[in-house]
Design a protein around this ligand. Structure first.
Ligand SMILES: CC(=O)N[C@H]1[C@@H](OP(=O)(O)OP(=O)(O)OC[C@H]2O[C@@H](n3ccc(=O)[nH]c3=O)[C@H](O)[C@@H]2O)O[C@H](CO)[C@@H](O)[C@@H]1O
Length: 393
């Protein structure tokens, strides 16, 4: 039996790891230790609870106003105490957060093979997103096994000199989490969600929270205000816990009666909300993957992305964060919704719901405990819809 240390610290890591942790726990070939760094606090615990997961260890690094240097040093320090006791055969990290980089570095320091899930995403600009692009590039240099969600992600790694036999294309486990979540029967009442299902207006799910967008959030909020003046729309904004983000939305939108400024939702309710939405307008990486998977017109509030599959096929569009562009694109899609719904929009850019199985298979194969895995192939290049491109004004 191989001992696997799973390290995570943020809400999106919990969501994307959820199905993987539960599958690893059921697999008799592995013994799993879940180590939370606590980089996000409440949001992480809420997301883990959805998958019924409790960390075995918590490094509790979160402190108000902490710097990247402090996060990194507290995590490496905490793991330096824990890893020699646990003696794992491998350490898994996910994506590109501060937790990801610090945990990978700790694995390296202790000569423990690092398995990188969601490897190979690249925006091409090391400072954008910051620090995530740098984090994932650095982890690629340390990892022993690279689990790339898409063929494009694998190609990025090969271009950087990572040996092909260390890369497996798995699909993204967020698709597995999402497909599972929308099948779940809602627990408890969410009166807003019930109301939205009865509401005949067009529902826009909007959010923005990225570090690089903080100073633009007032512009984004002003653009949403203009859009919300249309009588045929209702805008729902689950606000991130960050006070800068909340203040900017509240200052501009608190008085609008067709804008709902709400607290973050648990993952199951958030998936129901995405499923009800007619348009998703967001700078969240999760939304970039989840929106196109649900076949929703997804407008990305960024000027570059490390997830270009949906924008290449035309199922999503990069609108940047200038108010004028946001208003233009949202109104264009609002006025063409029936055409979008009738179009054969590609939904399998990021996965087919079998990524977890491939991730577990690839880890087993890495240890010689199972056969090689058949890679995920999304056919992105083969089936462009170009909905947004052909309909661009
Ligand atoms: C700061 C940070 O950690 N950023 C990372 C985060 O970005 P990302 O911007 O996606 O992070 P978010 O904190 O928005 O989390 C997104 C996830 O949370 C869910 N959700 C969102 C709102 C809500 O009210 N309830 C809820 O459950 C979404 O369905 C999604 O799965 O994850 C990405 C991987 O996916 C990484 O590339 C980013 O570096």
């Amino acid at each position: 039996m191989k001992k696997i240390a799973v390290v995570l610290g943020t809400r999106p890591e919990a969501i994307k790891y959820g199905p993987v942790i539960n599958a690893l726990k059921k697999d008799p070939r592995f013994e799993v230790f879940i180590i939370s760094t606590g980089q996000h606090k409440e949001m992480l615990d809420d997301a883990l609870a959805v998958f019924d997961i409790k960390p075995d260890y918590n490094l509790k690094v979160m402190q108000p106003g902490q710097t990247l240097a402090q996060i990194t040093s507290r995590i490496t320090d905490g793991l330096a105490k824990l890893l020699p006791q646990l003696k794992p055969d491998a350490l898994t990290v996910h994506g590109d957060t501060g937790t990801t980089l610090a945990a990978a570095l700790s694995g390296f320091h202790h000569h423990i093979p690092v398995i990188h899930i969601e490897a190979g995403l690249r925006s091409g600009n090391v400072y954008s997103p910051f620090p995530e692009e740098g984090n994932r590039k650095l982890v690629a240099q340390i990892a022993s096994l690279h689990l790339a969600p898409t063929p494009g992600n694998a190609a990025n790694l090969i271009r950087e000199g990572i040996p092909e036999n260390r890369i497996v294309i798995t699909g993204n486990t967020v698709v597995d989490a999402l497909l599972w979540a929308i099948e779940q029967i809602p627990q408890g009442d969410n009166t807003l969600l019930e109301a939205l299902h009865q509401d005949t207006r067009k529902i826009i799910l909007a959010s923005a929270h990225r570090r690089e967008a903080w100073e633009k959030i007032p512009d984004i909020a002003n653009a949403i205000k203009v859009i919300a003046e249309r009588p045929d729309v209702r805008v729902v904004i689950p606000m991130h816990k960050n006070p800068i983000v909340r203040q900017a939305f509240q200052n501009t939108l608190a008085d609008m009666n067709n804008v709902d400024l709400i607290e973050p939702l648990n993952y199951l309710d958030f998936c129901r909300l995405m499923n009800r939405a007619d348009i998703i307008l967001s700078d969240s990486s999760g939304a970039e993957e989840e929106g196109p998977t649900l076949g929703k017109p997804t407008l990305i509030l960024r000027s570059l992305t490390e997830r270009p599959e949906a924008t290449h096929s035309g199922s999503a569009i990069l609108v940047g964060n200038s108010g004028e562009q946001i208003i233009h694109h949202v109104c264009r899609i609002l006025d063409n919704l029936s055409a979008f719904k009738g179009a054969n929009v590609q939904t399998d850019h990021y996965g087919d719901g079998l990524a977890t199985q491939r991730v577990i298979g690839a880890i087993a194969n890495f240890f010689g405990l199972g056969p090689a895995v058949q890679p995920f192939y999304c056919g992105c290049e083969m089936r462009p819809n170009n909905y947004f491109v052909t309909n661009a004004a």
